[in-house]
Design a protein. Structure first.
Length: 63
């Protein structure tokens, strides 16, 4: 998980317009709506690893 988060963080820092000004030379291609959706899903999926304040029992009762 740590490696995946580091790679995702690096991508969001390097790609222009995602988080910062970015590095235009490191851009592999244009981001489209599918890419945006995929990034949102990834960020939501990593949230439990970034915050201890999420109550998994409240989200998935009975598991």
């Amino acid at each position: 998980m740590r490696c995946a988060l580091k790679l995702l963080y690096g991508f969001t820092c390097d790609h222009p317009g995602v988080r910062h000004g970015g590095k235009p030379g490191s851009m592999l291609g244009e981001l489209g709506m599918r890419d945006l959706l995929a990034l949102c899903i990834l960020f939501i999926g990593f949230t439990p690893y970034l915050s201890g304040r999420i109550d998994a029992d409240a989200i998935f009762p009975g598991l």
